[in-house]
Design a protein. Structure first.
Length: 99
């Protein structure tokens, strides 16, 4: 009796073939797109990694620029003080030789 049920089921399945079409449930595509848009900024870590790298690079550039400007000012002040000292010494030497 059990074999008769299985045979009947298999014959029905063989006759059915691929007549049914696979269809997405109603609103499935809308839900997928809504979830994708909601999670777009954090979909993967690449966007946040790029933003962090850009911010870190900008901070390094700003700090390096400030340090370079400060160093240039200090070297200019040192150069001017040496120039003033040399000018004073040169004037003193010329005054001694002119007498």
């Amino acid at each position: 009796m059990n074999d008769l049920k299985i045979d009947r089921l298999l014959r029905s399945a063989a006759q059915a073939g691929d007549q049914t079409e696979i269809v997405m449930p109603f609103g499935f595509d809308t839900r997928v797109i809504a979830l994708w848009c909601a999670g777009l900024p954090t979909a993967n870590g690449v966007a946040s990694l790029v933003r962090r790298a850009a911010a870190l690079s900008a901070a390094v550039i700003v700090i390096a620029t400030i340090a370079a400007v400060r160093e240039a000012k200090q070297s200019r002040e040192i150069g001017e003080s040496f120039a003033n000292e040399f000018a004073i010494a040169d004037t003193a030497i010329q005054d001694e030789f002119s007498q």
